[in-house]
Design a protein around this ligand. Structure first.
Ligand code: SAH
Length: 343
């Protein structure tokens, strides 16, 4: 049975025509699913019973099974879902004043083996489909009674730019007026730095926010922490990011987690200043690393973090210090899945 979320509006209209269903029903279905968050044909009250039955026989809408959910003291809520083929993925709701962000996975597992990240520990399984990605968002949307999802970040399990086509297809529906209608500037792709895909993204004519997981500003350390750097070293990566910011006129964010004893010294901060010299449309987001016992990862001390930040500020780098959310519920990438698989 086909997932109806694989179709964009145009495709669904022609699919309907080929099934002898009037094309205008496609827009009705889009409204029910993406605007009203209804994922049961029988509840779509303006459709005839005959049509509801036909659609029910032909299509599924949401095929995610909730395995576990956890709510943090700060309101962050994390979900562990099982896909139809039993793969496990995670998604998170992060409420804040004036905004609600949904964080979604793009792959089952991850192949990039960053040394500080729990997502890769169980290996790579497969890419998520467009409908599975949209399914996560649909589920999150249905869980935030009275509020609406305002932002989407691709910061769950997996590397979004390694599943380029499906992620872009999903983004077009997230962004479209007939879909979730979330503006491109409110959609963030976070990448470990797949340079050719960043170049490709710059050509999409979409103002998507680009966030790059940098975590080290010299090739030796970065290749150590993030093996992807051996293939796409810093010089090329930064060049592609500059191109991206020029093409889209958007600021690129560089994520830098601070891991105790690894990448949080003033020498590391100095490398960062040098690397981003002259890159006007850029910002660094400093984040304390989450504890990952299995990987012996610990956050840097508060003092080290402040010194690191102050150094960057002193040299004119635009820097923010991100408050870690949902730490008490294992909200960092891949942590919940890892815990669940080990239980
Ligand atoms: N593959 C993409 C998307 C994952 S986003 C990427 O690399 O950007 C998840 C974010 O969480 C990334 O910035 C990642 O570096 C970060 N992360 C992973 N492990 C972490 C940890 N132990 N503590 C804090 N952040 C972590």
């Amino acid at each position: 049975m086909q997932d109806i979320k694989e179709f964009n509006l145009k495709e669904l209209e022609s699919e309907f025509l080929s099934l002898g269903i009037k094309a205008y029903h496609a827009r009705q279905i889009f409204t029910w699913i993406y605007k009203k968050g209804v994922f049961d044909f029988s509840r779509m009250s303006d459709l005839s019973s005959k049509l509801k039955k036909l659609l029910d026989d032909k299509f599924k809408i949401l095929d995610l099974k909730l395995i576990q959910s956890r709510k943090s003291k700060d309101g962050t809520k994390k979900f562990l879902f099982e896909l139809a083929d039993k793969n496990l993925i995670e998604a998170v709701i992060i409420p804040a004043q004036g905004r609600v962000t949904g964080c979604v996975s793009t792959q089952g597992g991850c192949k990039f083996s960053c040394k500080f990240c729990a997502s890769g520990l169980l290996g790579f399984k497969r890419n998520l489909t467009c409908s599975e990605i949209l399914g996560e968002i649909l589920y999150l949307k249905s869980d935030i009674y009275g509020r609406n999802l305002t932002h989407i970040v691709f910061m769950g399990i997996g590397e979004p730019l390694d599943n380029y086509d499906n992620v872009l297809e999903a983004i077009r529906i997230i962004n479209s007026k007939d879909g979730f209608n979330i503006g491109a500037r409110r959609i963030t792709i976070s990448t470990c730095g797949i340079t050719p895909a960043i170049k490709r993204l710059a050509e999409e004519n979409l103002q998507i926010e680009l966030s790059v997981s940098l975590h080290a500003a010299n090739d030796k350390l970065r290749s150590n922490l993030m093996p992807v750097n051996k293939k796409y070293p810093l010089k090329e990566l930064i060049k592609a990011c500059k191109e991206y910011s020029l093409k889209t006129n958007r600021q690129v964010t560089f994520e830098h987690i601070l891991i105790k004893g690894v990448n949080s010294s003033l020498k590391n901060a100095q490398d960062l200043v040098k690397l981003l010299e002259g890159f006007k449309l850029s910002k660094i987001n400093i984040i304390p690393a989450n504890y990952i016992k299995e990987l012996h990862i610990e956050p840097a001390d508060k003092t080290a973090m402040i010194l690191f930040k102050d150094y960057l500020v002193k040299y004119g780098v635009h820097v923010t210090l991100r408050k870690e959310r949902g730490e008490d519920i294992g909200a960092a990438c891949g942590q919940l899945r890892l815990q669940h698989e080990k239980e």
